[in-house]
Each structure stands twice: as structure tokens, then as C-alpha cells.
Design a protein around this ligand. Structure first.
Ligand SMILES: NC(=O)C1=CN([C@@H]2O[C@H](COP(=O)(O)OP(=O)(O)OC[C@H]3O[C@@H](n4cnc5c(N)ncnc54)[C@H](OP(=O)(O)O)[C@@H]3O)[C@@H](O)[C@H]2O)C=CC1
Ligand SMILES: N[C@@H](C[C@H]1CC(C(=O)O)=NO1)C(=O)O
Length: 327
């Protein structure tokens, strides 16, 4: 059938990842990248496809089947999500977990009014890990659910620290407690506080004249991102950041540890080992763009989450092929 026409809104790590991911999917074509950068800067963005300003999006409304929103969750998507859902089918990776219910509502209304479909919070967490947490609870009602990330670079937390006044650049690594993981894997079903499962480590390049103490305080007290964790903040130079912190590996696992009877403990584990967090996340967004395109054709309008998407819609294979090959 016709190629699915993809647009990218926001050209950072995730935007570049979507560009690569679309090229891996034969049933898709990339219409263009749309960015807030000023026109003079567009030529510097080395995109494989046409780079346009956000204002150019209006002219593309009937030439894009799904617009993939690659902005930051802390400040960009809360503004861009509702605006874009009124004009395009969209997929985003909104990952401020505590704010997902309110974000869902702000996107649902404009999407419904425009008879568009908006998938929010796809990716791996939220996203694939969310799906596996639901499987775990449904399949092992008598159990406990655990999620561990890292050691790796969290893009959401790195975006969040880059938005702190006085921060010129920076990254955040998430470190899991190996002791906590061992306790969970041996089936003892421990009750663990947030602070007992992970610590967070930031590497920050200060803007000229910024005060380190106030930058550190703004980071470690940041609601939803750092306030529930023990967090370290190191100040480094831009050269050190480029030399030592350009890779974006990550990963982790969800574990459901439960009992189907007094005699039998059962453990479900789903894991990821990622050399590139943004490229993997982008690959998930692109697969869900295929599903959103189909959901819209089926008349499912408004906001949806990964919980609402039948797995088969992610595949380019027909239902008959899936039955024959993968069931
Ligand atoms: N659900 C999940 O599993 C995951 C979710 N995420 C989410 O993805 C979000 C985006 O991550 P990431 O792509 O790493 O964020 P970036 O900081 O790379 O990009 C965010 C936005 O910042 C702007 N930008 C990027 N680079 C520059 C620059 N050099 N100069 C000026 N503006 C720039 C871009 O907007 P513009 O082009 O319009 O200027 C871009 O859309 C994260 O906030 C996180 O919430 C990420 C990974 C996993
Ligand atoms: N949304 C995360 C994906 C995972 C990683 C993570 C963390 O390290 O806290 N939480 O969820 C990201 O932006 O990388």
C-alpha cells in the first residue's frame, strides 16, 4: 500500500533517531524535519531530509500522516503536544510520569475535535516497560512489580537539567542499586523505597557567571525528576562533556515477582540493553506511528497510550502473516 508519511517535530537526539528509524522501515517515508531553530541555523543541522521551521508545518498538514514529536518532556511537549494534536496524528514520548494523566487530557480534547489520533508516552519507560508492568500485574495478581534502569543516560533527566537556568549543557546518568536488584531476583519480594533503588549522577557545564551552588540546589530539589533520589552533581568543562559524555547507552528491566500458589514462586522479567537510548526510543516511536496511522483510519480519535494499542498494529505484516509466522 501507500507509504506512511512521517514528519519530525523537534531535531535533537530523538529527532535524529527518528530520521534513522524511518529509513529502517520500508513502508514509511520521511516528509521532513521541523524545528524551532532560526532559519539561519537550518543549514547547519545536517539532516538527511528537508529541514523546515515549525511555521512551515501548516503547509504540510495534508502531506504528513503521522507527526512524531521529539521535543523535551519538561517544557516542550506540554506546549507542543496539544497544539500538534489539533492538526496531525501524533506520537510522543512524554515521560514525566506524575504528569501523564493531566497531559493525556490536554492532548485528548484537541485530537478528538480534529478527528486525529494522538499516542502519548511511547518509548521504553514509559512505553515498553509500562506494557510489561501491566502484563506482570495481570498475569501474577499475587506479586510485586520492580523497575530498574541503567547504569545509563536518561534523556528525560538530561533534558531537564539542561533547562535549569545557569546550565549551558549537561547529562544525567541513572545508577541502579545492585543490592536491590539481587534481593528482587532471589524472589524475596522486598518493599523498596524510590531512594533505595537508584541514585542519579549529573555532569554539568555551567553557563558563564552561573553560581554552582544554586545550580546544584535547583537540580537536586527538582520535583518529579530528582527530589526523591540521592543525586550527585559534578561540574565539568564543555570539552570534558564532549570527550567523556557523548555516548547515550542505557537499559534496564521490569521484574514481576509473584506466587501462583503457596508452593510456587514465579518471576517475569523483560529487559533492554541499549547502545543508543535515543535511537531505540525513536525506533519504538516509529513502530507506534504505523499503529497510530491505522487507528486513525479505523476512527479511533483522541489520545491513546500504549495500553490501548493492539500489538499486531505495530507490525508491517498483515494479521494473516502474523498468524502464520509469529503466533
Ligand atoms: N519514553 C521514553 O522511554 C523516553 C522518552 N524520552 C523523551 O525524549 C525527550 C527528548 O530527548 P532528547 O531528544 O534527548 O532531547 P534534546 O535536548 O536533544 O532535544 C529536545 C529539543 O531541544 C531542541 N534542541 C536540541 N538540540 C538543540 C540545540 N543544539 N540547540 C537548540 N535547540 C536544541 C530541539 O527542538 P528544536 O529542534 O525545535 O529546536 C529538540 O526537540 C526527553 O525530554 C524525554 O522526555 C527520551 C528517551 C526515552
Ligand atoms: N524516559 C527515560 C527512559 C527510562 C530511563 C529512566 C531513568 O534513567 O530514570 N527512566 O525511564 C529517558 O528519558 O531516557
Amino acid at each position: 500500500g501507500e507509504s506512511i508519511r512521517i514528519g519530525i517535530a523537534g531535531y535533537g537526539n530523538l529527532g535524529r533517531g527518528v530520521e534513522a528509524a524511518v529509513a529502517k522501515n520500508r513502508d514509511m517515508q520521511l516528509v521532513g524535519v521541523f524545528t524551532r531553530r532560526n532559519p539561519a541555523e537550518l543549514a547547519t543541522l545536517h539532516a538527511e531530509t528537508s529541514v523546515n521551521t515549525m511555521d512551515d508545518l501548516a503547509a504540510h498538514e495534508d502531506r504528513i500522516d503521522v507527526l512524531i514529536l521529539c521535543g523535551g518532556s519538561k517544557e516542550d511537549l506540554p506546549q507542543q503536544g496539544p497544539v500538534m494534536a489539533a492538526r496531525f496524528n501524533t506520537v510522543d514520548s512524554f515521560d514525566t510520569h506524575a504528569r501523564i494523566p493531566e497531559y493525556f487530557e490536554t492532548v485528548d480534547a484537541p485530537a478528538r475535535a480534529a478527528r486525529k489520533t494522538a499516542l502519548i508516552s511511547a518509548g521504553w519507560d514509559p512505553g515498553m516497560f509500562s506494557i510489561n508492568r501491566v502484563y506482570g500485574e495481570a498475569l501474577l495478581p499475587d506479586g510485586d512489580t520492580y523497575t530498574f534502569w541503567g547504569r545509563g543516560l536518561s534523556q528525560g533527566h538530561s533534558d531537564a537539567i539542561r533547562r535549569v537556568p545557569g546550565v549551558a549543557a549537561g547529562v544525567q546518568y541513572t545508577l541502579p542499586s545492585e543490592a536491590a536488584i539481587e534481593q528482587v531476583r532471589n524472589g524475596s519480594r522486598p518493599q523498596l523505597e524510590t531512594r533505595q533503588k537508584h541514585t542519579r549522577e549529573c555532569f554539568v557545564v555551567l553557563a558563564d557567571g552561573a553560581d554552582p551552588a544554586s545550580v546544584r540546589e535547583a537540580i537536586v530539589t527538582m520535583p518529579h525528576y530528582f527530589d526523591q533520589y540521592d543525586t550527585e552533581v559534578h561540574f565539568i568543562t564543555a570539552d570534558e562533556l564532549a570527550r567523556d559524555h557523548s555516548a547515550m547507552p542505557h537499559g534496564g528491566m521490569t521484574i514481576r515477582s509473584g506466587n501462583t500458589s503457596d508452593d510456587h514462586a514465579q518471576v517475569i522479567e523483560y529487559g533492554l540493553t541499549l547502545e543508543s537510548n535515543p535511537e531505540f526510543t525513536a525506533s519504538v516511536l516509529v513502530a507506534y506511528a504505523r499503529a497510530v496511522h491505522r487507528l486513525n483510519q479505523q476512527g479511533q480519535f483522541g489520545a491513546v497510550t500504549v495500553f490501548d494499542v493492539p500489538p499486531g498494529l505495530l507490525s508491517p505484516k498483515s494479521a494473516a502473516q502474523l498468524r502464520a509466522e509469529l503466533l
